[in-house]
Ligand binder design. Structure first.
Ligand code: NAD
Length: 327
């Protein structure tokens, strides 16, 4: 059988760089494109192009093959400190929408066989996520639309964009709504890090008996999915005939203070939590995996504790290495 080819847009990012390794293990020829190289390990791609996907000429250059699979993961994004303050709204919408407009259009022109689009649970309506103990995030609850961030609105727009390209041009799309993917080799400092990495870093940086700050009252709930589980779900999804949109997440919901307690118990430290005002997003969110179980027979295979242990250990190493440099 001829070698399959894949293009990974956003191959320098967290999910993209892990995905490239997985595709290589499966025998794909992989081209990656991103504004930057992966931060923590060299890329595993066969061909890595530094380029700005907002630029149509860059997109034309990379879209010169009828790829078997295209993964569109590139987006202007970050954790709550980036997408919920309002300061980056125009950039988030402009940058990510431009990338998706370019890629959807060129995927048809080049004859790409299938394209994966990474949407987000942030597109779900805020009115269904006010009760931290009982959020509703089934795929059919997306409308009437009312995401709580411009990041979520752009995701919803781009979902619709890919679906329109499917209807009008026959583009084979696979649309996933990720719920908080976390793991090793993800952003853990600098302002774009998300809750699991930020919490692991704070715990790693703090001496036993000290205090860490957590945004909000800590009672807001979320679920978190470890990167390896996410990749398994993505690959099954791409190999299926199902188009989505479908949730890729965990149903193990936990409060943010609970997540901090879990990180402390993994570290063996006893710390105090100081809940301070900060950007927090909706009160409650949990993945609803009914559809993905039915369509793909997929469910996470390990507990949050297992994935968080691996992530904490990796972030702890980064914190120690940083200390060694600054001492
Ligand atoms: P990430 O920020 O690590 O990766 C995104 C990559 O896109 C970055 O490397 C960035 O440099 C690149 N990029 C941004 N603008 C670009 C441009 N103009 N041209 C080329 N490259 C550009 O994020 P991630 O966590 O790996 O997320 C991947 C995708 O999944 C994103 O679309 C994100 O919105 C979506 N998503 C992620 C999560 C999560 O929990 N990680 C949750 C929901 C949705």
């Amino acid at each position: 059988m001829p070698q399959k080819s894949a293009l990974v847009c956003g191959a320098g990012g967290f999910i993209g760089s892990h995905l490239v390794r997985r595709l290589k293990q499966e025998g794909f020829w992989v081209r990656g494109v991103d504004l930057k190289h992966p931060e923590y390990t060299p890329t595993a791609t066969d061909d890595f192009i530094i380029g700005d996907l907002r630029d149509q000429n860059v997109c034309k250059d990379i879209m010169d093959l009828p790829y078997d699979e295209v993964y569109q993961l590139a987006a202007d994004m970050g954790g709550a400190g980036y997408i919920f303050t309002g300061e980056h709204d125009a950039d988030v919408m402009h940058n990510s929408a431009t990338i998706n407009l370019n890629i959807a259009n060129l995927a048809v022109k080049v004859g790409a066989k299938k394209i994966f689009y990474s949407s987000s649970a942030c597109m779900y309506p805020a009115y269904n996520q006010e009760d931290p103990d009982n959020p509703k995030c089934s795929e059919d609850s997306a409308y009437p639309a009312a995401p709580d961030s411009e990041y979520g609105w752009e995701k919803l727009f781009s979902e619709r964009l890919y679906l329109a390209y499917n209807r009008n041009y026959g583009l084979q799309v696979r649309i996933a709504r990720y719920h908080n993917i976390f793991g090793t080799q993800g952003t853990w400092q600098g302002g774009k890090e998300k809750a699991p990495a930020a919490i692991c870093r704070k715990v790693a940086e703090t001496e036993d008996g000290g205090t860490i700050e957590i945004w909000g009252d800590g009672k807001q709930t979320r679920s978190f999915l470890y990167i390896d589980e996410c990749l398994e779900a993505m690959r099954r999804f791409m190999d299926s005939e199902f188009m989505g949109p479908v949730n890729i997440g965990s149903e193990e919901m936990i409060s943010i203070n609970g997540l901090a307690e879990l990180a402390m118990s993994i570290s063996g430290k006893k710390l105090h939590i100081n809940n301070i005002p900060g950007p927090v997003g909706v009160r409650g969110r949990n993945s609803d995996n009914s559809l993905i179980r039915t369509e793909l027979g997929w469910a996470p295979s390990q507990s949050l504790r297992e994935g968080l242990t691996q992530t904490y250990n990796w972030i702890n190493e980064q914190v120690e290495a940083r200390k060694a440099v600054t001492v």
